[in-house]
Design a protein around this ligand. Structure first.
Ligand SMILES: Cc1cc2nc3c(=O)[nH]c(=O)nc-3n(C[C@H](O)[C@H](O)[C@H](O)COP(=O)(O)O)c2cc1C
Length: 187
């Protein structure tokens, strides 16, 4: 149990990077430390990890589609607004280059982007991608935009990537992401 996380509302937003499976460990560890956890997923994320699994691990329905907002019960059918207002912190795990671009531009085209847009909670972003994607000027400009807006970018680090290459762009390990959430909540 962690005093900083105890009964706090943590939104875990999952992007479509291959590291999406690590969101399962993040959710599990946040709950183990006492946080209330809810999950939003992009469509790409649901191709990599199932909402059913994250529902089981978080103990709550997952918002994976703006048009089937079963993350809030009973609600007004706009789960992204409910989740955005509920969250004390929003941590984006397995943030793809694409998702970072959409967050930087203020898109609201899926459950994760719309919920981030509809939230005043601090935003933590854990990118995960190939080194070339991470170092691309477009990605770096989008990261700079998010940072200037007050978001905290967690990593990434240099290490072994899913492709087998050793490069930049490896997502922080789940424990480090949980520690950053704890810190953001005053721990
Ligand atoms: C198997 C697979 C793994 C992928 N891994 C990554 C990744 O690690 N990082 C990344 O930025 N994009 C990755 N992509 C590409 C993204 O899934 C794609 O850009 C997608 O549109 C991102 O969606 P999102 O905005 O919902 O995250 C991967 C695609 C596939 C098919």
């Amino acid at each position: 149990m962690s005093p900083a996380l105890d009964s706090r509302s943590v939104l875990v937003s999952v992007g479509g990077s291959v590291a999406a499976y690590k969101a399962c460990a993040v959710v599990t560890e946040l709950r183990r430390r006492g946080a209330e956890v809810r999950v939003a997923m992009t469509h790409a994320a649901t191709r990599l990890v199932t909402p059913v699994l994250l529902r089981a691990l978080s103990g709550h329905p997952v918002l994976a589609d703006l048009w089937t907002p079963d993350a809030v019960e009973p609600g007004h059918g706009m789960g992204h607004l409910e989740l955005g207002a509920w969250a004390h912190v929003n941590v984006v795990v397995a943030a793809s280059a694409d998702l970072i671009a959409r967050l930087a531009l203020g898109f609201g085209d899926d459950a994760v982007a719309a919920t981030a847009l509809a939230s005043r909670a601090p935003l933590l972003v854990a990118p995960a991608m190939e080194g070339a994607m991470w170092e691309h000027p477009a990605t770096q400009a989008n990261v700079a935009t998010l940072t200037a807006r007050g978001a905290t970018i967690l990593g990434p680090v240099r290490g072994r990537l899913a492709s087998g290459r050793e490069d930049s762009g490896r997502m922080l390990e789940p424990d480090a992401i949980v520690a950053a959430v704890e810190q953001a909540l005053g721990g």
